[in-house]
Design a protein around this ligand. Structure first.
Ligand code: GDP
Length: 426
């Protein structure tokens, strides 16, 4: 049985908390895409953790945490993250890394930074974790796969070949220091030492686990709107953020994914540039940003303030559709308790016409939000565990959004903690 936890929006919806919570019943948790560019924040009995590479399951001693082949594996970050959680008293996690995963090299991070520098004001707002150069190289077939670390001859030859190609750009486009093939080879050898205890034929492992009836959780990074095909291209990430890709990025059959839990936050937030129709500004935004999430809406990796806005039914309906949501987990609802009234974006006005269908980027840039204002509930809802006990206006807010997006809200998160959840039957 495979479940996926994925985001409906721009990321930071609270997937980490939901994965951590569902991890209790999972035997295996798999990251299937993305890299160390985004972070999950998890609050549990060991403390508060920002994970960038490790799956959220590392805090349970009964789960195996897997880095799937679809991930942009940053070996030193993985290694440091394992060390840092163990130092804080978490039992040594069981981790497996796919032998087919490819690695982010230090030159990928440099290229990321150089490209942002070159683009200047037109930059994409990359986190400079090397993700875009990494995936470009993967598809240009010059990436380094974990399995290759165990073939010295191949590494030496490939280090020379890759340096040759990269150095043309470094010299003529970026005017930056060149790559020395010997140093590149040494970097790879260092990665081999760090990663070798974890390397595994992951798809075979999962195949056997499925035969044994094990519970597998796929953990997505970012959200539908950052998908390279279905998102707000080009302001997207470089690997697919959709549950469908979970099959590829983990190496399992697509029909095994039975439940797609799509996480929607009770308001919107985004990092980086790109159209964000329901965005708010000024004091109104600052207030929401400060109160948002758990300790404010600031990036888990970069610490930079996130852009915030009201809930966007148009984007979320589309986001759920592209994920194939079987369930919506509606998160961070407790944060909205301070508002007298809560605007919700119910349509986009584009060239004088209102639509509820999410458009392509060219039209999205022109979209103006159509808001409907709902009454707030003006109380603290943390601690409530039954849906009926939520204030009436709070239930109305959930039910209004559920009707607009057309997917069932079966979980409501009213606090960052693992047990701060309200289950609701359809
Ligand atoms: P992810 O990348 O989708 O996992 O999202 P983040 O790690 O950015 O999570 C959003 C933030 O919200 C984190 O700081 C979480 O601890 C916090 N969080 C998650 N669910 C809730 C909730 O229901 N209420 C509150 N107040 N915070 C939450």
């Amino acid at each position: 049985m495979v479940k996926a936890v994925v985001g409906a929006n721009w990321g930071d919806e609270g997937k980490g908390k939901i994965t951590d919570m569902l991890g209790k019943e999972a035997d295996i948790i798999v990251r299937f895409q993305g890299g160390a560019n985004a972070g999950h924040t998890i609050v549990n009995n060991y403390g508060k953790f920002a994970l960038h590479t490790l799956p959220s399951g590392v805090f349970y001693d009964h789960t195996t945490s897997i880095i799937g082949n679809g991930v942009a594996l940053d070996v030193p970050v993985l290694f440091k993250e394992i060390q840092s959680i163990v130092e804080r008293g978490v039992p040594s996690p069981k981790i497996l890394v796919s032998d087919r995963a490819q690695m982010v090299m230090s030159y990928h991070k440099n290229f990321d930074a150089y490209e942002e520098e070159r683009l200047g004001g037109k930059a994409f707002g990359s986190t400079k974790s090397g993700i875009a150069p990494f995936y470009s190289d993967k598809y240009a077939k010059i990436g380094f796969q974990v399995s290759e670390l165990f073939d010295d001859g191949l590494l030496r030859e490939k280090a020379v070949r890759v340096a040759e190609q990269k150095n043309v750009l470094l010299e003529h486009l970026y005017h930056k220091p060149l790559i020395d093939p010997e140093e590149l080879y040494q970097e790879l050898i260092g990665y081999r030492e760090m990663v070798s205890p974890y390397v595994c034929d992951v798809s075979l492992y999962l195949h056997n686990a499925l035969k044994e009836g094990k519970h597998i959780l796929l953990e997505g990074q970012l959200g539908s709107l950052k998908d390279p095909d279905h998102g707000i291209y080009p302001m997207v990430t470089s690997s697919s953020t959709l549950a469908a890709y979970g099959a590829i990025g983990a190496g399992i059959p697509p029909y095994e994914i039975k439940q797609i839990i799509t996480v929607c936050k009770a308001y919107s937030s985004a990092v980086g540039s790109g159209a964000f129709v329901s965005e708010i500004f000024g004091d109104e935004a600052e207030e929401l940003r400060k109160r948002g999430g758990d300790g404010g809406e600031y990036g888990a990796t970069t610490g930079r303030p996130r852009r915030v806005g009201w809930f966007d039914c148009v984007a979320s309906k589309y986001g759920c559709r592209m994920q194939g949501a079987t369930d919506v987990a509606f998160t961070v609802l407790d944060v909205l308790g301070y508002l007298d009234e809560i605007p919700v974006c119910v349509g986009y006005e584009i060239d004088g016409e209102v639509t509820t269908e999410f458009p392509v980027t060219r039209l999205l840039e022109k979209a103006k939000p159509v808001f409907k204002v709902l009454p707030g509930w003006k109380t603290e809802i943390r601690g409530i565990r039954e849906y009926e006990k939520l204030p009436e206006n709070c239930r109305r807010y959930i039910e209004f959004i559920e009707e607009q997006i057309g997917y069932p809200v079966t979980m409501i998160s009213n606090g960052p903690g693992r047990d701060e959840i309200i289950y609701r039957s359809r």
